[in-house]
Write a new protein. Structure first.
Length: 210
């Protein structure tokens, strides 16, 4: 009886491992899910997407669909994995930007700067570029129109129809007393179900090649 109890106790206390821990990720999704847990910055998250995209491919049919979407949006493989900021002053880009409302720069604890806003778009936004010190009272998409353009972003993002905030790069501390404009935005895409270019097409961006 004692021997049996010892064996059972050993089994219950023994750590459990997934097959992926022994043999590594089996596909793109496993690769992202395993590595994203240790990514603490936007750059690290982008590196995970890029690494997994280059290491794994899905079925030929899915690959072809994603490749067609990528070409339609004129993105390279790395940009399609991590996403890019959308910048412009006309058409649907302007419409999307107009639905990011009530922008407010917030100086949080430890002198960290964040941008708060309401997102009325049909998609979540996980990154924006803020232009500080515009040369005129008008907000424009040209980067040279500003004293500085700072990126603010977080993987969790601001949900569709919600209000939230995104942390900004530390350089923003030097410009908080200046006026500011929304320059660009980055729609959040579900890396497990779609590429970034597929997301852009679904929200009305990217012109058809036809």
């Amino acid at each position: 009886m004692k021997k049996s109890l010892i064996v059972l106790t050993t089994l219950f206390l023994a750590p459990t491992y997934s097959p992926a821990q022994f043999f590594g990720p089996r596909n793109y999704e496993d690769c992202v899910l395993q590595n994203i847990k240790t990514a603490k910055t936007d750059a690290a998250v982008s590196a995970v997407y890029s690494m997994c995209a280059s290491k794994f491919s899905t079925s030929p049919t899915i690959d072809k669909k994603k490749d067609e979407a990528r070409k339609r949006c004129k993105l390279d493989t790395e940009a399609d994995a991590r996403g890019v900021l959308i910048r412009g002053d006309s058409g649907i880009i302007s419409e999307h930007k107009s639905k990011l409302r009530n922008l407010k720069i917030s100086n949080t604890s430890h002198n960290s700067i964040s941008i708060e806003f309401q997102n009325l778009n049909s998609f979540a936004v996980d990154g924006v570029s803020i232009g500080f010190g515009p040369k005129t009272n008008a907000c424009k998409s040209e980067l040279e129109h500003y004293a500085a353009v700072i990126y603010c972003g977080d993987y969790s993002g601001v949900p569709s129809g919600g209000y939230g905030s995104l942390p900004c790069q530390q350089e923003a501390r030097h410009f908080v007393r200046k006026s500011y404009c929304l320059v660009a935005y980055k729609p959040r895409h579900n890396i497990l179900t779609e590429s970034f270019s597929e997301k852009l097409i679904s929200i009305g961006l990217c012109q058809s090649n036809k």
